[in-house]
Design a protein around this ligand. Structure first.
Ligand code: IPD
Ligand code: CA
Length: 275
């Protein structure tokens, strides 16, 4: 390995460590300082909610991530948006799975990705109520830390489509949800079953951990998938959109091959990348 490559690897480790420590701090705050009144506001659709805790978590993350690295950029779901000049940009979801957090369901997470020159190189998805922290660095594999034990993550060997357990999610816009429901009605008879946990980052990490075989959704934003996508990729998943498009807001599909190709064909036939 050249010394430049070694320097880059060390830098990725440094970014990953900063992301882990920040996610742990936000997770502790979200568990220990949960407000009695979550002061709910809605953004756009009435079901798309933000709580005072989403905002506090994003503020804490910005403080931690940028402390001593003031020239980095940051993009956060609750409004943080700075390009920065260092080549590093943090992509954060201060609470992914806000509705689960509100209802005290355990599937919610703090998600942090570090982009270096436009490429995600480190990712952390910390799910305090599950006691789980998923991490990955580019080219270094993915791991799950739980109860002091570290486990390397590898996706399941792809089952045939009719044996696949498929996770998905639904957007907040009513028109989009209707279409997503009609797509899922066509998918469910063709697969083992469907799971809807309520937090895209946790779903994608569940794929990395072999708890589901595939995940798809239309309408994800970068903060929903940036960290978890690296984790799933490092665990062996193929990630993409439909019809050869890159994964993104139009469509996000993740699964090991050849299941990825089979699902991609089915979902394209169902016109799942449109509303
Ligand atoms: C949502 C969750 C949900 C997914 C939605 C996301 P939020 O994020 O990840 O599972 O289906 O598309 O918007 O609003 O809880 O941060
Ligand atoms: Ca969120």
């Amino acid at each position: 390995m050249s010394s430049d490559e070694q320097l880059e690897r060390d830098f990725i480790d440094e970014l990953l460590m900063r992301a882990i420590l920040s996610a742990l701090a936000a997770g502790d705050m979200l568990v220990n300082e949960r407000a009695g009144d979550l002061e709910i506001d809605s953004k756009g659709a009435p079901t798309d909610v933000v709580t005072v805790m989403d905002r506090r978590s994003e503020e804490l993350l910005a403080d931690h991530l940028l402390s001593g690295r003031e020239s980095d950029g940051i993009l956060g779901e609750e409004g943080a948006s700075v390009d920065g000049t260092s080549g590093v940009r943090w992509i954060v979801d201060p609470i992914d799975g806000t509705v689960n957090y509100m209802y005290r369901l355990p599937e919610w997470a703090v998600s942090i990705a570090a982009e270096l020159d436009g490429e995600v190189v480190a990712g952390v998805v910390h799910a305090p109520a599950l006691g789980e922290t998923f991490v990955a660095g580019k080219g270094k594999g993915a791991a799950l830390h739980k109860q002091g034990v570290q486990r390397k993550l590898v996706v399941n060997q792809a089952p045939s489509m009719d044996r696949a357990l498929v996770a998905t999610g639904f957007g907040y816009d009513v028109g989009r949800r209707k279409k997503q429901a009609s797509v899922v009605a066509e998918v469910i008879p063709q697969v083992r079953d469907i799971r809807r946990a309520g937090a895209a980052s946790v779903d994608i990490c569940s794929l990395a951990a072999g708890r589901v075989d595939a995940y798809y959704e239309r309408g994800l934003k970068p903060w929903d998938h940036a960290a978890a996508g690296l984790i799933a990729q490092e665990a062996g998943a193929t990630i993409g959109g439909l019809d050869g498009q890159p994964a993104g807001e139009d469509f996000y599909l993740a699964a090991p091959e050849p299941l990825f190709s089979d699902l991609s064909e089915l979902l394209a036939r169902l016109d799942a990348a449109s509303d």
